[in-house]
Design a protein around this ligand. Structure first.
Ligand code: ATP
Length: 317
């Protein structure tokens, strides 16, 4: 008789099965009760492994406070924060989560290479071996011997990026990571991030550049006054709250009648005519496009709504 042996699965710890990040009923307030600031006023958020999440919100929305709690830099006043099922400080200490933050100084007397080596040596021998590759990925090879004090703001931001990368964390937390970087550095930064995301790294980033969320994050979370006001796939968020903009060259005859009909259509706003071209915003762009073409209008252009429209609608009050 043959016996079928099923190889035992390797033991899986609770942390291996847990989502990357869980925030449940999280609040964080500062100051005494008479002058209390509710920086985070009740937040529920789960981020799964391999997700790329953009955190958007106006100044003071609570983004940095949220990221600080994820990293164990500040405690929640209420609620639960877990990273791979564990306390954030534990995940930070083991290098499973690392960050590029707005605050936090660098040691100005060290060179760029020494700075990355010092931090790598605190993590592991493996991290130390990764230093050359990390300098290359952060586009710092040419600056490796330069003292940090002599680096520009954008270059120092890349040094911070290298410090986060060298730990090879499962989760990267980025608070306005490209602030101060020029266009080329910003593009390169996102190329590296995209490759990391494709390789399965979980990335959570706060930004004021909405196009970074549009181009890079599959999921966008919008915060306002310490709360989440939207949490959706980025393309859906953009489409759900914005009308498409249409423009076309008006026909030689019947333009006046066409404009009257369009103006009266529900869902049509911002109708303007300039140098023989009409432009408008329409909730139902297909119907309006058909009406334009049927009336003899030509050179039709349809532009998709931007994330900025959605962002403004969600956060303007
Ligand atoms: P920004 O886009 O300007 O960076 P943010 O969304 O990151 O803003 P936070 O820095 O999290 O916002 O701040 C949220 C609120 O909490 C703000 O009103 C801020 O003034 C307040 N706050 C943050 N840290 C403290 C602190 N240590 N003491 C008192 N209030 C604080």
């Amino acid at each position: 008789m043959t016996t079928l042996t099923v190889p035992a699965e390797p033991p899986v710890s609770i942390s291996e099965r847990s989502p990357a990040i869980v925030l449940e009923g999280v609040r964080r307030h500062y100051g005494a009760s008479d002058r209390r600031v509710d920086a985070v006023a009740g937040l529920d958020l789960t981020v799964h492994r391999g997700e790329i999440v953009a955190l958007l919100g106006p100044n003071g929305a609570g983004k940095t406070t949220t990221l600080d709690m994820l990293l164990g830099l500040t405690p929640a006043s209420e609620g639960r924060v877990a990273v791979f099922g564990q306390a954030p400080a534990h995940a930070t200490a083991s290098g499973r989560i690392a960050a590029v933050l707005q605050t936090g100084g660098l040691l100005s007397d060290l060179s760029v290479r020494e700075t990355v080596e010092v931090i790598a040596s605190l993590h592991s021998r493996e991290a130390l071996r990764r230093v050359p590759e990390t300098l290359e990925r952060a586009d710092l090879l040419r600056l490796a011997r330069r003292r940090v004090a002599k680096c520009s703001g954008g270059e120092q931001q890349r040094v911070k990026f290298a410090l986060a990368l060298v730990a090879d964390p499962d989760i990267l937390v980025l608070d306005e990571p490209t602030a101060g970087m020029d266009v080329t550095a910003r593009r390169r930064f996102w190329e590296v991030m995209r490759a990391d995301a494709d390789a399965g790294r979980t990335i959570v980033f706060a930004t004021h550049y909405l196009e970074e969320a549009e181009q890079f994050a599959r999921r966008t979370v919008v915060m306002n006054r310490g709360r989440i006001v939207a949490d959706a796939p980025t393309d859906r968020l953009r489409a759900s709250l914005g009308a498409r903009t249409l423009s076309a060259t008006l026909p030689a005859e019947g333009a006046r009648e066409l404009l009257t009909v369009l103006d009266a259509r529900p869902g049509v706003t911002d109708l303007r005519v300039d140098a023989g071209r009409v432009s408008l915003r329409a909730a139902d762009s297909d119907v309006v496009a058909s009406a334009l073409l049927a009336s003899g209008a030509h050179d039709l252009e349809i532009v998709a709504p931007t994330l900025e429209t959605a962002f403004t609608t969600l956060t303007e009050n």
